[in-house]
Design a binder for this molecule. Structure first.
Ligand code: ZN
Length: 309
């Protein structure tokens, strides 16, 4: 099965290359002009929504000119421009890179270990594990697996009175005990809504998208783990990049809510359970990962999944 996945990936990579020129240092070897190379990179950047790459392209090209006194025919300018193309290539190929995916998986596993260590591990009750298993099975009927993804599905619990669930990069989901215990415990149907939402995050590889976006801001040459950490260290919630991160987060949350309704339906459950789970979360907390700062407001999210059939 593994080799099949691998060959599908290779095929995808080869066919993507065959489509046309790709932004990268090889453009210069093909004698593509600087102007045309910039155009190709800008177009690819725009297509992927890489706003920061677009700004970077303009600024760095300007730097190259200044450094080389506008001598565009010089070796110095060529070298400088080639470095721009290398960085652009790293950024643009990030979400199709097996190496980046591996980094995200390692990072999210470490991150979950930290959360569980901090709060204390708890056993996930059998009925919650069953719901998770049923939903994963249903999800694989509604959504195809990305070639880079080989999920190792697993649900882990940690002790917390704040209801929350988080999705890792390769099928791990962690859930707080508040979902199934205490006075605000969620019904099985509401838990299903929340878990279906997290399963979509895994299948759509939203973590990888975030990682690649962070890398775009930080430094295309560093591992994703350091990019995340550096980003969080100097995180300014009003910076342009933080706002941009918020926009991706919104898009991903809406997508996770909506696709979760497909999973619920495929599992023979009521798709409106997604809206019900969000209403429950909204009623008990303004906190928690499912509703944290970068997430869109509950009202908007509930509205979007309230009329699914
Ligand atoms: Zn989410």
């Amino acid at each position: 099965m593994k080799s099949l996945v691998f060959s599908v990936f290779v095929f995808a990579a080869v066919s993507a290359q065959a489509v046309g020129p790709v932004c990268g240092p090889s453009l210069l070897e093909k004698n593509v002009s600087y102007a045309r190379a910039t155009e190709i990179c800008r177009a690819e950047g725009a297509q992927q929504g890489r706003e920061h790459l677009l700004a970077y392209l303009g600024e760095r090209e300007n730097n190259c000119r200044v450094l080389n006194q506008n001598k565009l025919e010089s070796d110095g300018y060529r070298q400088c421009f080639s470095e721009i193309l290398s960085v652009s290539f790293s950024v643009l190929s990030c979400t199709t890179s097996a190496q980046r995916q591996t980094e995200v998986v390692n990072f999210s596993r470490l991150d979950f270990e930290r959360v569980i260590e901090e709060h204390g591990r708890v056993d996930v009750p059998a009925h919650v594990k069953n719901i998770f298993r049923t939903l994963v099975h249903a999800a694989l009927k509604t959504q195809s697996l990305h070639p880079l993804l080989t999920p190792r599905w697993e649900i882990l619990g940690y002790k917390d009175s704040v209801a929350n669930a988080l999705a890792g990069a390769d099928g791990q989901v962690i859930a707080s005990s508040a979902l199934w215990e205490g006075k605000n415990a969620f019904s099985d149907g509401e838990i299903a809504g929340i878990l279906a939402h997290e399963i979509v995050h895994v299948l759509q590889m939203h973590n990888l998208e975030f990682g690649c976006k962070t890398l775009e801001w930080m430094d295309a040459d560093i591992p994703l783990e350091y990019a995340y950490e550096n980003f969080m260290m100097d995180f300014n919630p009003f910076s342009e990049r933080a706002l941009s991160r918020g926009r991706i987060s919104q898009k991903n949350e809406f997508e996770a809510d909506l696709k979760a309704t497909d999973i619920l339906r495929a599992a023979g459950m009521d798709p409106l359970l997604m809206a019900q789970a969000l209403k429950k979360l909204a009623s008990i907390t303004g906190q928690g990962g499912m509703s944290s700062g970068s997430h869109p407001g509950f009202d908007d999210r509930i509205k979007r999944v309230s009329d699914v059939k």
